[in-house]
Ligand binder design. Structure first.
Ligand SMILES: *Cc1c(COP(=O)(O)O)cnc(C)c1O
Ligand code: SF4
Length: 399
């Protein structure tokens, strides 16, 4: 059955780790301790393709490999094209560099007034509070610093970042990211959120995290209390494929929601993973059922060794076109390219407008039919001339 037909929410369970007591399985520190990080860890459970084998051996010098047991269970070990497998298991393609690619493709380091803080937009900052994640995505935009495999020596230091935010009253929005902020202890998060809340001009706090997807066990009642205490805290999770939308993720999202955390989702458009209209539709439908509003769909950044994931921008536009109008408006993310070199996120939209003049705008609807909207305001003349009036205001031209 295809993902679009199968509407059931799948419980991942313990899979390969049936022998582990359920209390350990449900403990996030057990999951972290038992991550698969080495070639032999993978080869205990699956046969790698030659490309994967070469990729794993290369990974240590690029972006470390790490997969939580929970997330590893989502991999179809018989299928080299499994969308989870493609995201998690390195391939030899990571070693192929291209001239368009950059270590810091978004020019974040240039917009960084203090280490770990990116101040690109007028009123908000990106605060990188850790360089670690529960698992590593092979297409990670911050692979230069995440996992520290490239000796980037990023040492998150909150004090400088907090002082910068405190002394810049124009900052009203702080986005905690990394790495994954939810790898910090409850105590550290409580402290960090408390410090941010104490800054009068900071009115919006959000966290970008893939932990609910990699490690739903981390979303404990204690953590939810921290969010309640310092709320509203918004969160963007990162789900790319409907297979990731398990019952475990749904429960984690529910716990967050009930703690008052509004949830959004960011996906990266990835070749062989989600560059497909039906897959994307199934994903956004599942997200809505989990109380998650699709927020951004990203064109992949020009990271080094990422070309095997690259999708044509026209495909991204086609996916948006296949959603808009055809399904719930809430489920349609904004497709963006984060401008290489550091121009910020720019919306890329399908072209609905055919023509715009001083008199009218001519545009297509979701079915491809053409409509016009007059920009003029022509007074209706004295009686008897009513026939001058267009029969309908929104005149359909053809279609
Ligand atoms: C993405 C991003 C933000 C947040 O952008 P929104 O469009 O408000 O979600 C802020 N700062 C930086 C540097 C970013 O990359
Ligand atoms: S979770 Fe985010 S920061 Fe971490 S490896 Fe994946 S994309 Fe990069």
């Amino acid at each position: 059955m295809s993902y679009s037909e199968d509407r059931s929410v799948w419980f991942a369970g313990q899979g390969l780790w049936q022998h582990v007591p359920v209390t350990e399985w449900a403990d996030w520190s057990w999951q972290l301790k038992n991550r698969l990080t080495k070639l032999e860890d993978l080869e205990r459970y699956m046969v790698l393709t030659p490309e994967e084998r070469a990729g794993v051996l290369l990974a240590g010098s690029k972006l470390a490999m790490s997969i939580t047991p929970y997330f590893f269970n989502l991999i179809d070990r018989q299928n080299p094209n499994c969308p989870i497998r493609l995201q998690m298991i390195p391939r030899a393609g990571e070693g192929q560099l291209h001239v368009e690619e950059m270590l810091d493709s978004l020019g974040e380091d240039e917009h960084s007034p203090v280490p770990g803080l990116v101040h690109r937009y007028p009123d908000r900052v990106l605060f990188l509070v850790t360089d670690r994640c529960a698992s590593y995505c092979r297409y990670c935009t911050r692979s230069r610093l995440v996992s520290n495999a490239q000796d980037y020596n990023f040492h998150p230091e909150y004090e400088q970042g907090l002082r910068y935010i405190e002394s810049h009253p124009e900052i009203r929005d702080v986005l905690l990211s990394g790495g994954d902020p939810l790898l910090l202890s409850d105590r550290k998060l409580d402290h960090l959120l408390g410090r941010l809340r104490a800054i009068k001009h900071v009115e919006f706090i959000r966290i970008g995290s893939r932990i609910p997807v990699f490690l739903p066990q981390r979303i404990t009642p204690e953590l939810c209390e921290v969010f309640k205490k310092h709320g509203p805290v918004w969160m963007s999770i990162h789900v790319n494929h409907p297979r990731e939308a398990t019952a475990e993720l749904k429960d984690a999202c529910e716990r967050l929601s009930f703690a008052g955390v509004p949830l959004g989702n960011q996906s990266v458009l990835l070749k062989g993973v989600n560059d497909d209209d039906e897959i994307m539709k199934a994903l956004v439908h599942r997200l809505l059922r989990m109380r998650v509003r699709p927020y951004y769909l990203y064109q992949m950044d020009l990271i080094t060794g990422g070309s095997h994931f690259k999708v044509d921008v026209r495909k991204g536009m086609e996916i948006i076109q296949a959603l808009r109008g055809h399904t719930t408006g809430y489920s349609v993310p904004q497709y963006v390219i984060d401008a290489p070199g550091g121009g910020g996120k720019v919306p890329i939209n399908p072209d609905y407008v055919e023509k715009i003049t001083d008199d009218e705008v001519v545009f297509k609807n979701y079915e491809g039919r053409t409509f016009r909207y007059p920009l003029t305001a022509t007074p209706v003349q004295a009686s008897g001339e009513a026939e001058q009036r267009p029969a309908k205001l929104h005149v359909e031209l053809h279609g």
